[in-house]
Write a protein that binds this ligand. Structure first.
Ligand code: PNS
Length: 163
């Protein structure tokens, strides 16, 4: 059986923490579908198209990039997972405070789709404090982004805040 993992998230923007999770996941799964959630009720910093393009640009030169596809989605995650024939949902967990929400989400998704399991991976401990929200705040005030996000994402953040 092909192991197809859906890696969902807002990715607003894609951080070094996300990249670390992805690098671990490509060792475990045959295909990974990075699923960029676009929620019309939630305002995002980058548009769905921008987020997809940034992830593409970040991963394009990695040897494993052909195992990864990036797609936008709106709606119920398990519907998208079934449509894509994914059998695993992948989430990164950075610290205990992430766990409560992740646990509720995983069990909700399991109730809705018992055939799909959630797998949690931990990023490198040096990256556990990184969050997209904090990264945007650092960018807003002109801080050094080099250890938080890939270079192309840092450039895109700086450009947005120039506008
Ligand atoms: O990066 P995020 O914002 O923590 O990602 C959250 C996301 C997009 C994975 C989650 O909100 C989601 O799955 N939304 C889709 C709606 C859905 O299926 N909800 C039921 C599961 S709780």
């Amino acid at each position: 059986m092909n192991k197809i993992a859906l890696y969902p998230g807002s990715f607003d923007p894609f951080t070094n923490g996300h990249l670390d999770i992805l690098e671990r996941a490509v060792q475990m799964f045959d295909k990974i579908i990075i699923t960029v959630a676009v929620n019309n009720k939630k305002t995002s910093f980058f548009t769905g198209e921008e987020r997809v393009a940034l992830i593409h640009e970040t991963i394009k030169d990695y040897s494993w990039s052909d195992k990864v596809v990036i797609e936008q989605f709106t709606g119920l995650l398990i519907n998208f997972a079934r449509q894509k024939k994914a059998n695993i949902l992948l989430r990164g967990v950075r610290q205990i405070s992430d766990f409560e929400y992740e646990f509720r989400m995983a069990l909700t998704n399991r109730r809705l789709a018992p055939e799909i399991d959630t797998v949690f991976l931990m990023p490198d401990e040096q990256l556990t404090f990184i969050s997209a929200t904090i990264v945007k705040e650092v960018a807003e005030w002109g801080g050094d982004l080099s250890s938080f996000v890939p270079d192309n994402v840092a450039r895109a953040l700086r450009d947005k805040f120039k506008d």
